[in-house]
Design a binder for this molecule. Sequence first.
Ligand code: TXA
Ligand code: MG
Length: 324
Amino acid sequence: MSQACKILQASAKNIDLCVDLLRDEAVVGVPTETVYGLAGNALNDVSLQKIFEVKGRPMLDPLIVHFSSIEQAEIHAEFNERARALAAQFWPGALTLVLPKKDTISDLVTAALPSVAVRVPEHLIFRSLLERLDFPLAAPSANPFGYVSPTLAEHVVATLGDRILAVIDGGACKHGVESTIVDLRDPDAPKILRPGPLSAEQLGIQDAKMELKQSSNKLAQAAPGMLTQHYSPNTPITLFGHDEQPSNVQKSEAVLYNTKPAGKVAENTFWLSEGGDLTEIAHNLFMLIQKLDVRDYTQLKVERAEHVDIGIAVNDRLSRAAAK
Ligand code: TXA
Ligand code: MG
């Protein structure tokens, strides 16, 4: 079972190597501006099968397809004017659009749905692969199904290293949480299916539904695969309120605050940002959780983020990570 997965520096030679691997139907770990992806040829059923196998992902959970440009995306998805306007404003970037699919997209990608999720990523390494290939890349986050998404190449090796040949190193992912997914099949009623780096306000979308979901513990399944329990480390997570204190902390437990606490801090105390900056909190969230997950803590007690901007995405991931 063990094959050594190489962490490749992003040299021209290594990009060539990955282009060859992808043309040969292999799957490769790639950096994106959100989280690391597990990329394969989106127009090839053998590659698509491998993505599901490597991740241990149920076939009912559809994949996002990544393109080098909006023109490429329009070949495979049916755009409306509102989708074009959002794509023009936010691509390349952390926005995924769900649109009616065209016949070129296989049922394996969409879990047999008539819609497909599409995105033009910003990360230069990912873009250089897409520009070299004559097919788009399907890429879920490069973690075993249900586990925390990777934000470092090392995370990919630690969890999928015995199942893939290579991951390209792009350093720590800028955003640290997955893209915002917007259902734009009906241009007059756009819906945020997954909060992410781009907020409803930035996108100009009324987001009543998401508010409702956040206030409920039993999160509705807004999209296939958006399971209530997801992003879970092995160490159990419990949450405490923003700007509040956790109760009854044991030495065996770790506490994760948004902001560095004042004064002397205990050894089991950690923080996501010196000054409580929300983009920094998101950037560090999965990284710190994975770092602490391999220590011997019996529980991670994590402070919820302020519920605005990317803090909404942070709270979404935290709720799912803490769900039993
Ligand atoms: O930032 C990201 O989006 C990362 C990077 C690698 O691009 N990718 C990512 O993919 O998060 P993944 O597979 O972990 O999450 C994709 C989610 C699915 O679980 C599903 O909820 C939603 O996208 N999705 C995909 N196709 C859909 C469709 N046709 N309708 C509704 N939701 C869909
Ligand atoms: Mg994922």
